[in-house]
Design a protein around this ligand. Structure first.
Ligand SMILES: [Zn+2]
Length: 279
């Protein structure tokens, strides 16, 4: 239990998930879905990083204040959860400006160090996004999913531990780069790489396997956990989605909070900026 791992929560509504896209709704559940997570974090005296969707912050300023007051890291998950692949540089800048103005209204001027793209939507096609992050004062990105198993995202060949990310090729390390990257860290067994520490993978895998696999990763490095409040909330609306989307979206929701507590009680966690030792 010596390694401190990074814990991140993408603060968004249930309807921000790409797989239920098109069902945008004014029906907000984010606060009630997030409170049990905040209480568990307090109970285990653990701080986490919250990558926040700006439009969620705009509608739930009290929740953002609560997260900040409890000592968690405030990070950015864009303003409106548009995939960065679908934006150009100017539109991405507008998203970021909008996000920062909303957070400033709620919390005043605070330093925001970390960014996660919706659906891990940064790769070499839109690596200009890294320069935009730098212009906004970011110190790290956490948007690289270093294997290609999902039809939507993933970059095979990218590093699987924190690295200084090259602005020329996101799969390359550049010791001179001002921006750190904390990629998702898969479990490696033989030649296989299996994502285990977030989202659907975390919900679907049995607890004993997670325990074994995460300890195995911890033999050589910290790992990064990511998940969303709607993934652990019993009342998340369920739609008749195509089978694949339905399984990925809803499998394991009812036991996710228990699994989260298991992780908190068996591993040490901290904010991403602290695990990366960013001052
Ligand atoms: Zn998201």
């Amino acid at each position: 239990m010596d390694t401190t791992n990074a814990l991140s929560i993408d603060l968004e509504e249930w309807y921000h998930s790409e797989l239920v896209e098109g069902r945008k709704s004014p029906f907000s559940q984010v606060e009630e879905a997030t409170r049990p997570i905040l209480d568990l974090l307090d109970r285990y005296q653990t701080k986490a990083s919250f990558f926040i969707v700006g439009e969620v912050a705009e509608k739930n300023p009290r929740l953002i204040q609560l997260i900040f007051e409890r000592g968690h890291e405030i990070g950015c998950h864009t303003f409106s959860h548009k995939l960065v692949w679908n934006l150009d540089q100017n539109l991405f800048r507008e998203e970021m400006e909008h996000f920062h103005s909303v957070i400033e209204k709620i919390l005043g001027k605070i330093e925001i160090k970390g960014f996660r793209a919706p659906c891990f939507s940064i790769d070499n096609r839109n690596r200009w996004a890294l320069k935009v992050l730098l212009d906004f004062g970011y110190r790290y990105d956490a948007s690289i999913f270093p294997l290609k198993i999902n039809p939507l995202y993933g970059i095979s060949g990218a590093p699987t531990r924190p690295y200084r990310i090259s602005f020329e090729d996101v799969r390359k390390e550049d010791p001179q780069s001002p921006l750190m990257e904390f990629p998702l860290c898969p479990l490696k067994i033989g030649g296989l790489k299996i994502p285990i520490s977030g989202g659907f993978y975390l919900r679907a895998l049995p607890t004993f396997f997670l325990d074994w696999g995460l300890k195995r990763i911890n033999r050589s490095q910290p790992f990064l956990v990511y998940f969303h409040p709607w993934e652990s909330y019993e009342k998340t609306p369920r739609f008749k989605l195509p089978l694949y989307n339905r399984v990925i979206s809803y499998y394991g929701i009812s036991s996710a909070l228990k699994k989260f507590e298991f992780l908190l009680s068996h591993f040490r966690f901290g904010r991403v900026d602290q695990v990366l030792a960013l001052k």
